[in-house]
Design a binder for this molecule. Sequence first.
Ligand SMILES: NC(=O)C1=CN([C@@H]2O[C@H](COP(=O)(O)OP(=O)(O)OC[C@H]3O[C@@H](n4cnc5c(N)ncnc54)[C@H](OP(=O)(O)O)[C@@H]3O)[C@@H](O)[C@H]2O)[C@@H](O)CC1
Ligand SMILES: [K+]
Length: 505
Amino acid sequence: MHIVTAKEMYEIDRITMEEYGLDGRILMENAGRAIAKQLEGLLSLNQRITILVGSGNNGGDGFVIGRTMMNAGYSVRILQLVEDNRIRGDAQYHKQLFLSFGGTLLHWNESFDLKELEEETDVWVDAMLGIGAKGALRSPFSEVCTFVNRSERLTVSVDIPSGIPADEESGYTEEAIHADITYIIEAPKLSTFLERYASYYGRWEVVRIGIPNSAWSFIKRAIWSDQSVQQTLPTRSRFSHKGSHGRGFVIGGSQSMPGSVALTSSAALRAGAGLLTIGTVPEAIPSIAAQLTEATFHAMKGQNGWIQAQELDLSPYDSVVIGMGMGRAEETASITRQVVKSAHCPLLIDADGLYHIQHHKSSLRERSHPTVLTPHPGEMAMLSNQTISSVLDHPISISKTFAMEYGVYLVLKGPFTIITTPDGEQWVNLTGNAGLAKGGSGDALAGVLLTMMMQHETIQHALSNGCYLHGKSADYMVEHQHSDRDLLATDVIHGLIQIFRTLSS
Ligand SMILES: NC(=O)C1=CN([C@@H]2O[C@H](COP(=O)(O)OP(=O)(O)OC[C@H]3O[C@@H](n4cnc5c(N)ncnc54)[C@H](OP(=O)(O)O)[C@@H]3O)[C@@H](O)[C@H]2O)[C@@H](O)CC1
Ligand SMILES: [K+]
């Protein structure tokens, strides 16, 4: 399923109408009918529907929904918020149909009594503004949205909750509709995944309106779905041996921080790594070894409990991860630089490794093997010289610019983790929950990703599947054994057992 900007969606509509010849009025009919079908499944016949329409094609969808629901036996009325002469084109065509079918149309005016309307309403359908919304809500949209948000009635939005943008834009008002459900037309828009706007959507579902599949070919952004996982997660052959599942190397840890490297390694093993070696300071080995009997160790030279710069032979490994629990001292900066240069295999840089790389980003471009960076928004801000709030407002475009500029795979972690390839292709992962917002989650993710990188032909598939599995495990654990308060990274690692069992059954 693709993810689009408003501009891209308009282009897809244009291609469908001009190049394939599908009339815009039919698209609008399909949109309204697809949403009406969902509403019929959701509502009982005694629930009275009020549809709020604006001047654009979003309102046009509202007129189709009105006619279709009315025909299905529901009590429907439409409140039009703009003057009659503002409704044109396809929307005007469908408004006429609604009227000729005997629909009830109310017009907004200064003295309109919304309270009275509310008394005759069980469900608000918001068809005021769609992807054509620009800037803060103007009157009377702002007053109507404020009223609907205060009303206790079920609120269903068409395509986008009115008042929020489709794209990574700011400057919108909080009066935007807080929908219970949003039926998104054909493809989620960027704002569906932005911290600032995601909650306005409520629960969302995508409805198809007949856009041809080939019209999407220029869109390089999509959701990583259950189906994507089924198509790309490698199966294990009966004749495989430990060497077939990858030999991984985890570099990190320090005397005072052995835990994160233990989590990464434990996750890598649980995700199915064939062999795993941990490179850390001698002082950290006993405590990690006590937890992880399956790992082997490479005792690295250390000073004051931190890893020192030293020669490392990385040739035996299929993938390397560096950074967790390593500290920010100059010694660990030079080992990071050295590994970036000498790892002739896929390399994942996380945590303190990202801190060290910020001043040597150009060295990433010189690598001839894949490099993966796994920042959280704070680390992304540091790497891209942006503020954290700017990263949160523009995670999709900032990720893309960075990944393309430095030729890296980027995994920007968050409630919707975004995976970007060096070519600028992007995938959004939907699994995971608030239980992952704590220390240790990132360490566990790095371990799962390390293993996936050794077992997939394509790094993007590896990263997308790794993020999916990690989030899916967290979801499973919160559903069956934990809450999103008490979930720990070790629980997420443990939950992988169940996820693999389900996927392979
Ligand atoms: N073939 C297609 O294209 C299909 C499209 N489809 C549907 O069309 C939707 C997009 O339609 P759209 O482009 O007409 O834009 P839409 O969001 O309805 O409204 C624009 C109007 O809003 C106004 N306005 C803007 N900002 C405002 C504000 N802050 N406060 C107040 N008013 C504001 C603006 O006024 P203006 O600024 O021009 O004065 C303009 O008149 C899309 O989301 C989907 O639902 C489907 O039917 C499938 C086929
Ligand atoms: K809307």
